[in-house]
Design a binder for this molecule. Structure first.
Ligand code: RNT
Ligand code: ZN
Length: 412
């Protein structure tokens, strides 16, 4: 079947494939830089900590800013649509190798990435890095009872706000600054409220720095547990939701951060009713928050369906967050990002109005039949047409293999 035949088939159901592709092309997806080097960063030799884990040892990991930059470019060249770069503070690039600790970082330490973004006319999102650092004591940062530790991380948060505003000013695109802390306990805590009260105080201190709210969107990411932090996390869903509501900042939901039968797709509509904007980390947890590569699976499609059906493409900051070191890292990036794009396109090609009407009129038999029929529509033809228009090869494996042979295999 050709694209024009597919287009006609969708048109018969009242769906405009041209409009769908146009809407997709305007929707930015923020690409997490940390898939390229297993969340290592450049500012510390400390192993990844914070209860998150990358598994696998596929050769060719990026070791320097230039290598990471080249790998991101390779991935970008194989992914359609509008992108942003999502950076962690640990990816600071120090001039003449002069190390600067996280409580002292400044915009200048991110000039490297600003140049990268400007050359590609994209925006940057940012994340303070509250892990993989010697000042994380007993798995605690902003909630630590040790004042020295807490103050260090509060200062880091403040530095990051300044850097986020710099990104927005330099690139001309707003910057989403996401706060996630790993703080928690392996076993049943004696005091649950103390750490949360300290986290609240620390966040208040960070946010006391004036910043331009039209340029920087501060988001807060909740989590239910981490490795070694199984019994309690300070930044639980209730903590984060309440904090965000009280301070007028933006909630961030990572779909690996809930109990395994809880679905972020079902949370989006509620959050949209009470927040001007919401943010997402799209990932794939397998039995736990394992951050596997995002697939074109039911939940990814359902998340995207919710964004589209709530009419919220411009109210949801969409970012990816996964890290697989067991396969080619560039391929991991491309596969996951394409699957987010595919899921968005799939959602844009559903007869949403008709389906809503069927629900409201309690015509559930018909609704089920239509929903199932939509699954075998010629979606692949529209996706391939979108790739053609974006000038991107449908088959990316050959390109990735070539890059592996010519570039990655030389890194040892
Ligand atoms: C951890 C959170 C967090 C990190 C990144 C690296 O569970 O999902 O978003 O994955 O900041
Ligand atoms: Zn996340």
């Amino acid at each position: 079947m050709s694209y024009s035949e597919a287009k006609a088939k969708y048109a018969a159901l009242g769906i405009d494939t041209e409009k769908a592709m146009e809407a997709l092309g305007k929707t930015p997806v923020s690409v997490h830089c940390w898939q390229g080097d297993d969340v290592s960063g450049f500012d510390s030799d400390k192993a990844l900590s914070g209860g998150i884990q990358t598994t696998g040892n596929y050769p060719g990991k990026a070791r320097t800013p230039d290598e990471l930059k080249a790998d991101i470019d390779k991935a970008f060249s194989l992914v359609p649509g509008k992108k942003k770069l999502n950076l962690h503070a640990s990816y600071a690039v120090f001039n003449d190798g002069k190390f600067v600790d996280r409580n002292e970082i400044r915009p200048e330490h991110f000039a490297y990435w600003v140049n990268f973004a400007k050359e590609r006319n994209i925006g940057i999102d940012f994340n303070p890095t509250f892990f993989s650092h010697p000042m994380v004591k007993d798995n605690l940062t902003l909630s630590s009872p040790d004042e020295e530790v807490r103050a260090f991380w509060v200062e880091h948060g403040k530095r990051c706000l300044e850097i986020s505003e710099y990104f927005a000013n330099e690139t001309g695109y707003p910057c989403v600054m996401n706060i996630w802390i790993p703080d928690g306990y392996k076993d049943i805590p004696a005091d649950r409220i103390g750490p949360r009260a300290r986290f609240k105080k620390s966040l208040d201190e960070i946010l006391s720095v004036p910043y331009d709210k039209t340029k920087v969107y501060v988001t807060l990411e909740s989590k239910v547990f981490g490795i070694g932090l199984e019994s309690y996390t300070v930044g639980s869903a209730e903590f984060c939701m309440n904090y965000v509501a009280q301070k007028g900042i933006t909630p961030l939901m990572d779909n690996g951060h809930y109990h395994p039968t809880e679905l972020v797709s079902d949370k989006i509509s509620s959050m949209l009713l009470f927040n001007e904007k919401i943010a997402l980390h799209i990932t794939r947890g397998v039995r736990w928050d394992s951050d596997h590569v995002v697939l074109f699976d039911d939940e990814t499609k359902e998340i995207c369906k919710e964004i589209v059906r709530c009419g919220a493409l411009d109210r949801v900051f969409i970012a990816t967050d996964y890290f697989d070191a067991s396969i080619n890292r560039i391929s991991a990036w491309v596969t996951g990002l394409r699957n987010v794009q595919k899921s968005l396109l799939f959602a844009l090609l559903q007869p949403a109005e008709k389906m809503k009407k069927l629900q409201d009129e309690s015509r559930f038999t018909e609704l089920m039949v239509l929903s199932e029929d939509m699954k075998t529509m010629p979606f692949g033809e529209v996706w391939e047409e979108y790739l053609r228009r974006e000038g991107i090869a449908a088959d990316y494996f050959a390109e990735i293999k070539k890059y592996e042979n010519e570039v990655l295999s030389l890194r040892s």
